[in-house]
Design a protein around this ligand. Structure first.
Ligand SMILES: [Zn+2]
Ligand SMILES: [Zn+2]
Length: 343
């Protein structure tokens, strides 16, 4: 019988023959990290292994940690197990973990998307006997529009707000989404409306992106905006800033939220945000099923959020599928959204 190359342990996903964990939620000896989002890259482990594109951001997130890095695609041998990291297209440095042992190949996706993103390497389809996939948006209602169209909507909203003399306050995840939006607005030539600004919590991450070679447009520290520029500015802010005293300086601002959760009416209405922009760094339902098919995997293990719908669909279509009870969170989920008191 074939060995399990990935299984659930109390500390997280574990590779028994290679003796390492993947994105563990408890401190371990060797943690392979798919990406630097807080629920995947937790502090306290002895050593970390990540893709070299992730190094700068990971050092912001895990100061002082012992981090080894590998280029995408370069294999590392560990106890006869061949481990390599491959682009997941999710955020800067995000990797799928490919594990090969005695002719058997397993791939753990981490978080991933198939849509183009100017701030990270594109998703690389891999073949595997078993595929451990995320399922943050694993319901048929989630189908993304082309990201460039959504960014055009953001640009149009910004233009209308500026014409009305209102700051555009765009809430978004501080790592990944903020930099993607900034880069896409620049590519859409939408930066002539006014200054692009960001909350201070994003500065270190923006710097880490630039240090990693990602081309970001100039982004002003929001508190350094000249008074005359405030009504024309688009300010990128983390959801945690909503309702904080920091917001007062922007007066009667227009509020928007950029997240895959904005696809649903419940998501948009939940917290009194004026405009929702459904822009996600995860695969949608068709992308999820297409990716599983691309792997050729007969066995599929499902992590994150909506695993039951995905597992049911896969079983109905002849896969050996099961949910894994991981402790990964759904990023930017409604619970993390700004509250109505913010605006
Ligand atoms: Zn993530
Ligand atoms: Zn995740």
């Amino acid at each position: 019988m074939a060995v399990n190359l990935i299984e659930l342990s109390p500390a997280g996903l574990y590779c028994p023959p290679g003796r390492f964990h993947i994105d563990p939620w408890r401190p371990v000896a060797c943690a392979v990290i798919t990406h630097a989002h807080a629920d995947h890259a937790r502090a306290g482990s002895e050593r970390y292994l990540a893709c070299d594109d992730a190094a700068q951001v990971l050092r912001v997130r895990l100061p002082g940690a012992a981090i080894d890095t590998l280029p995408y695609g370069a294999p590392m041998l560990r106890d006869g197990v061949r481990v390599s990291l491959h682009p997941a297209g999710h955020v800067l440095g995000a990797a799928q973990v490919r594990i090969e042992y005695r002719g058997e190949v397993w791939v753990a996706s981490g978080d991933y998307k198939r849509d183009a993103d100017p701030t990270c390497a594109p998703f690389e389809p891999l073949r595997a006997h078993a595929f451990v996939t995320e399922s943050t948006f694993g319901l048929p209602i989630f189908r993304w529009r082309a990201p460039a169209e959504v960014v055009d909507d953001i640009a149009g909203w910004w233009r209308a707000n500026a014409a009305a003399g209102r700051t555009s306050m765009l809430f978004c995840y501080a790592f990944g989404k903020a930099q993607r939006i900034a880069a896409m607005l620049a590519r859409a030539r939408a930066l002539n409306v006014g200054p692009l600004a960001a909350h201070g919590a994003m500065s270190a991450l923006n710097d880490a992106y630039r240090a990693s070679g990602v081309d970001l447009p100039p982004i002003v520290h929001a508190t350094a905006l000249a008074a005359a520029d405030v009504p024309r500015a688009l300010v990128l802010a983390p959801p945690s800033a909503a309702g904080s005293p920091w917001m007062r300086r922007f007066g009667d601002f227009a509020s928007g939220f950029a997240s895959g959760w904005m696809q649903t009416r419940a998501g948009r209405r939940r917290r009194g945000i004026e405009r929702g922009f459904a822009l996600s760094d995860h695969v949608d339902w068709p992308g999820l099923l297409a990716t599983i098919a691309d792997t050729g995997a007969s066995r599929v293990l499902v992590t994150h959020g909506e695993s039951s719908a995905v597992v049911r669909w896969l079983r109905e279509h002849g896969h050996d599928a099961a949910a894994l009870a991981t402790e990964f969170a759904a990023e930017g989920e409604p619970e993390a959204m700004p509250t109505a008191g913010a605006a």
